[in-house]
Design a protein around this ligand. Structure first.
Ligand code: SAM
Length: 365
């Protein structure tokens, strides 16, 4: 590749995963949520827009990936999306514009060379009737305020994908000068108790505490761990916040697509068990979970997903497949609403409103 008319950063493996998941999800978000709504996409920490890997291959950053997705989708469907790219560096935003020009992308994002927190708070407090907004928060550090995340989530149908820089946050946990920054980050001083812990207990404590705080204002919160390649050491966590189970479910499947079909950290089991063995284990785990929770009860498929999507590692497709399998073995009954397809055939698929009846042991075959 010859000399490019813009700057690039070096591409790391985990950035590739982050971008693949991000691009896959954004594509679906534009198609699904954008079908009936005007949308806002806000990239809070835009970066410079481009990367090169060790072989010199060019990759795009989040602002360019979004513009590309909008253009691609707009060829077939009309969508109304406002793109705002924030980066405190004017130079970075100019570089993004150079990449958009170079790639002949016609989308014209609104660029803001200011601090993210100030900008987003301005937007939320001054614009009335804000459209569903996706905010991507991808800083190098950790100056993110819980209060600001709460404000964003108060906008109807908003979502956040946030890069929680665990390594750095963990590194400075005991530094006195970050105390106020951490109180803002965690929305209180509950993080202090993890200073005395070590290793896994400390990591899990910090992450779960952060999630609990987010759960006080976001209905669904799921996190994904990304490691330094070949080091088996946590780099950062991607947190996804959404007020609809469907957002959480789709993000899980987008992540699984780039993580060998699963959302959880690839622990020791992945090296020893084949994929089909893992699928069997998952299915029996799901059966155990469902009967423990719903034995003798009935529940709509939508409620079942709402109850379990952000508290388990299972994907919507795995719940669906397990239920179908249980139905075939006459272990559960599914009342489909409506029972027939528009063409008058008996419905086989499982949809949101269908009622799943978990029989008592005595009723089961
Ligand atoms: C990790 S990079 C973003 C990468 C980008 N999301 C991508 O996918 O390529 C972080 C960016 O945040 C910018 N930044 C740092 N502090 C900021 C702040 N307070 N407000 C807005 N941008 C900031 C930096 O200039 C840098 O370009």
């Amino acid at each position: 590749m010859g000399e490019l008319p813009f700057k690039t950063w070096e591409y790391e493996e985990q950035t590739k995963t982050k971008h693949s998941v991000f691009a896959d999800y954004i594509d679906k978000w534009i198609k699904i949520v954008g079908k009936y709504n005007k949308l806002n996409f806000i990239d809070g920490f835009g970066g410079i827009g481009g990367y090169k890997d060790k072989e010199g291959k060019l990759f795009y950053g989040s602002p360019v990936l979004v513009c590309q997705a909008i253009e691609r989708i707009a060829l077939k469907n009309s969508r109304d999306i406002n793109v705002i790219i924030v980066d405190e560096s004017k130079e970075h935003l100019e570089n993004i514009q150079k990449i958009l020009d170079y790639s002949k992308i016609k989308i014209k994002p609104f660029m803001v060379d200011k601090d993210f927190d100030e900008t987003i708070n301005n937007v939320i407090s001054t614009v009335k009737n804000i459209a569903p907004t996706f905010v991507f928060i991808d800083p190098f550090g950790f100056k993110i305020k819980m209060e600001t995340l709460k404000k964003i989530m108060s906008v109807e149908k908003s979502e956040i994908l946030l890069n929680f820089m665990f390594t750095r946050i963990n590194q400075f946990l005991s530094a006195p000068r970050v105390e106020n920054v951490y109180n803002d980050l965690f929305g209180g001083n509950g993080w202090q108790i993890f200073k005395t812990l070590k290793g896994q207990a400390r990591e899990k404590g910090i992450i779960e505490h952060y999630r609990e705080q987010l759960k006080t204002f976001s209905k669904f919160v799921y996190y994904y761990k990304l490691e330094f390649p070949e080091k088996r050491k946590t780099y950062y966590y991607l947190f996804h916040l959404s007020n609809y189970y469907m957002g959480c479910s789709i993000m899980k499947s987008s992540f699984a697509k780039y993580n060998l079909g699963r959302v959880e950290y690839r622990g020791f089991r992945s090296g020893q068990l084949e994929l089909f063995e893992l699928a069997d284990i998952k299915q029996s785990e799901i059966i155990e979970l469902l009967f423990k929770k719903y034995l003798g009860k009935e529940v709509s498929f939508k409620s079942l997903l709402e109850d379990n999507i952000d508290s388990t590692v299972y994907l919507e497709s795995q719940f669906r497949d397990t239920l179908k399998c249980l139905e075939a073995k006459n272990k559960i009954k599914i009342r489909r609403i409506p029972p027939f397809t528009p063409k008058g055939r008996q419905r086989k698929a499982i949809e949101e409103n269908d009622i799943i009846q978990f029989k008592d042991e005595s009723d089961r075959a």
